[in-house]
Each structure stands twice: as structure tokens, then as C-alpha cells.
Write a protein that binds this ligand. Sequence first.
Ligand code: CA
Length: 113
Amino acid sequence: MATRGGAVVTFEDFFPMMVERLGAWGFMEELSKGFRLLTDKEKGVITLESLKRNAGLLGLSGMSDDDVRSMLREGDLDGDGTLDEREFCVLMFRLSPGLMKGSKEMLEEAIDS
Ligand SMILES: [Ca+2]
């Protein structure tokens, strides 16, 4: 349980830095790449198993099963137990509240397209 706060801090530090470096659209592309890294290749969505298996690729190898499960549950907006690309992007933005200010419109645009 103690590691959960640590993971969030990592996100908060990591994503604003990425946005600054890549710009908002570059960041969205990185998110999209990240999504593809984490997906179950057969299903095309992120499942609990694929997330656990691939989290290390995004530098999240310190996540416990509980962390992974709560991340999936938090991001799963339609309740099907998996994350599609839209749910993943929304989750990434929600995990990084500092991003929301400047990029909310950008995110909505990206989701609509
Ligand atoms: Ca879902």
C-alpha cells in the first residue's frame, strides 16, 4: 500500500516533464506508443495481465499487483475490465493533475478525433 503514493508522485513528475520536452501533441504520440506497449496484442486493449507483464517497459516495474489492479480499475470508464486507448489517455492525464490545466482542451480534441 505504501508504494501507491510513490507511483503517483512518479507520474506527476514524469508527465509534465514529457509535455515540456515534447509539446502537447508529441506527448499524445508518446502516450499512444505507451498504450501499444502495454496492450494485449490479441485483444488490442490493456488487460490486468498485459499491464503487469509490460509495466516494466514504461519504468513502472516497481508496481505491485495491487497498484496495477487499482490503476486498471481507476481507468476503466466503461467497466469492461480492460483499458482501451481513450481510457488509457484519460487515466494518464488524471494521474497527473498538473497537466489538466493547459491540456484539457487538447485532450478533448484528441479524444474526439
Ligand atoms: Ca474499459
